[in-house]
Design a protein around this ligand. Structure first.
Ligand code: G3I
Length: 390
C-alpha cells in the first residue's frame, strides 16, 4: 500500500460548523473521567467528551481498538469515555478470524462487539475483502493453484456469510471491500490486486451482493485512502465515484469510507475534501472518515515521539481540525473515526521509518492539541458561538 501521497481532506467549512444559535449556557456537557479538570477561565464545554458533543448533532466519533484497549483501564477509560463507534483494528480481518481453514477464532471480535454494547457504542466492521491480512492457508493454496476462480469466490461468499451472519444486526457500518483502486492517474480498479487476479473483476459487486444478503440492515461501505481531497489530480476520487456508480447499478453500496491517513510533509486540498464528501452525498451515499491520523517526523531517540520540527506540532492539530470540519459540514457524513487514539499504540512508527506523533493523545495518554481542536470543532458544531446580537 502506498500512502506516501496525502489522503484527504478538508474544509473550510469551519464557518458552516460554527454558525449557530444557542448560548454558552447550553454547553454544559457531560464531564468525563478522561477530560482534564476545568479552570475557572475555561469555556463551558471544556470538559465535554468528544462523543457527547458529537451526539448533540447526530454524529459519531470513533476509534480503532485492539484487544489491549478493552482490558487496560487507562486505555479503556478513554475508549469508552470519548468515543461511541469502534472499529476493530485487526480483529475482524480474515487471517485473525479463521487462522486455519475451518477453525474460527472470534475471541477478539466478540469482545469488541460486547464492549461496544456495554458502552452504548456502535461498531464499524473491518474488513471483509482486502488483499492484505488474508490467512496463510488461503494465500498458499491459491499460489499453488489449488482453487479455480469459482472456488475462490465460493470461499469468499462463505467468509462473508459466516462473519456477517455471526454479527448480524450488531454492526452499523461494514467495510466490505477495501483498497482496490490504483494510485495512478487515471485511477481505476487495480488489475494486479490479489482478488482481481485470482477471482476476477466480478469479485467486488459479488462481495457487496453477498454482504447485502448476509445483513440487510448494515450499511455497506467501500473504504480506501486518497479518495477525497487529494492534492493534484484527485484521480482516485474520480475512480471511487465510478466504482460506486457501477455498484449502485449492478449490486449495492451504502457508503464511502475515506480513510484519512495524513502526513504533514505532503500538501492536500481542504476545500476539495468537503466538495468530494458532498459529491458522494449527492449520489445518495453516506460518507465516513474511517481511519484518521496525522503523522510527522519525530526524534527517534526519545520515547515521547517529539516532532523534529516545532512547526509540525501546529500542523498536526490543524490537519485533524480541517478533516473534522469537512466531515461536520456535510450531513451525508455520519462518523469520524481516528485510527487509534494514543501515540504509543499507533501503527505509524512501525510502518513509516522515523515518523510518529500521529494520534490525538500523547505517549502518556494526555490529550494533545489535536484533541482540543476536535473538541472545540465539535462544540461549535453542536452549539455555535455565543450570540452577540443582543
Ligand atoms: O499479531 C502478530 C503478532 O503475533 C506478531 O508477533 C507480530 C510480529 O510482527 O505481528 C502481529 O501482527 C501485526 C498486526 O498488525 C497486529 O498487531 C502485523 O505484523 C502487522 O502487520 C499488523 O499491522 C496492521 C496493518 O493494518 C496490516 O496491514 C495494523 O495494526 C493496522 O493498523 C493496519 O490497518 C490498516 C487498515 O486495516 C486498512 N487501511 C490502512 C491501515 C493502516 O495500514
Amino acid at each position: 500500500m502506498d500512502m506516501r501521497r496525502r489522503s484527504v481532506l478538508a474544509a473550510g467549512a469551519a464557518g458552516a460548523a460554527a454558525v449557530l444559535t444557542g448560548g454558552a449556557k447550553a454547553m454544559a456537557a457531560t464531564q468525563t473521567a478522561t477530560a482534564p479538570a476545568a479552570s475557572s477561565g475555561d469555556v463551558p464545554w471544556a470538559n465535554a467528551s468528544l462523543r457527547d458533543l458529537a451526539s448533540k448533532i447526530g454524529f459519531r466519533i470513533g476509534t480503532a481498538l485492539d484487544p489491549a484497549d478493552l482490558t487496560t483501564p487507562a486505555l479503556s477509560a478513554i475508549a469508552s469515555g470519548q468515543f461511541n463507534v469502534y472499529t476493530p483494528e485487526n480483529e475482524m480481518k480474515w487471517e485473525v478470524v479463521e487462522p486455519t481453514q475451518g477453525n474460527f477464532d472470534w475471541t477478539g471480535a466478540d469482545n469488541l462487539v460486547n464492549y461496544a454494547r456495554a458502552h452504548k457504542a456502535k461498531v464499524r466492521g473491518h474488513t471483509l475483502c482486502w488483499h492484505n491480512q488474508l490467512p496463510g492457508w488461503l494465500t498458499t493454496a491459491v499460489a499453488n493453484g489449488a482453487y479455480t476462480k469459482t472456488q475462490l469466490l465460493d470461499l469468499l461468499q462463505q467468509h462473508i456469510f459466516t462473519e456477517m451472519g455471526r454479527y448480524r444486526g450488531k454492526i452499523w457500518q461494514w467495510d466490505v471491500c477495501n483498497e482496490f483502486l490504483t494510485d495512478s492517474n487515471p485511477s481505476g480498479v487495480n488489475q494486479n490486486d490479489w482478488w482481481i487476479v485470482n477471482a476476477g473483476a466480478e469479485v467486488i459487486p459479488l462481495a457487496f451482493k453477498w454482504a447485502r444478503q448476509a445483513d440487510p440492515d448494515a450499511l455497506l461501505f467501500y473504504n480506501d485512502y486518497n479518495i477525497g481531497g487529494e492534492d493534484g489530480s484527485n484521480a482516485k476520487f474520480n475512480a471511487a465515484v465510478a466504482l460506486a456508480e457501477s455498484l449502485q447499478q449492478n449490486s449495492h453500496i451504502d457508503g464511502i469510507g475515506i480513510q484519512g491517513h495524513l502526513d504533514t510533509q505532503y500538501g492536500w486540498d481542504a476545500q476539495r475534501l468537503r466538495r468530494d464528501i458532498e459529491a458522494f452525498g449527492n449520489m445518495g451515499l453516506k460518507v465516513a472518515i474511517t481511519e484518521a491520523d496525522v503523522r510527522t517526523f519525530i526524534e527517534t531517540t526519545d520515547a515521547a515521539q517529539t516532532p523534529t520540527n516545532g512547526l509540525e506540532e501546529l500542523a498536526q492539530p490543524f490537519e485533524y481540525s480541517e478533516l473534522l470540519k469537512a466531515a461536520l459540514a456535510v450531513p451525508a457524513c455520519i462518523s469520524f473515526t481516528v485510527w487509534g487514539f494514543g501515540d504509543s499504540e499507533s501503527w505509524v512508527p512501525g510502518f513509516f521509518k522515523g515518523e510518529g506523533y500521529a494520534d490525538i493523545y500523547d505517549v502518556n495518554l494526555n490529550p494533545k492539541a489535536a484533541y482540543y481542536a476536535m473538541q472545540s470543532d465539535l462544540a461549535f458544531a453542536a452549539y455555535g458561538a455565543p450570540d452577540r446580537n443582543s
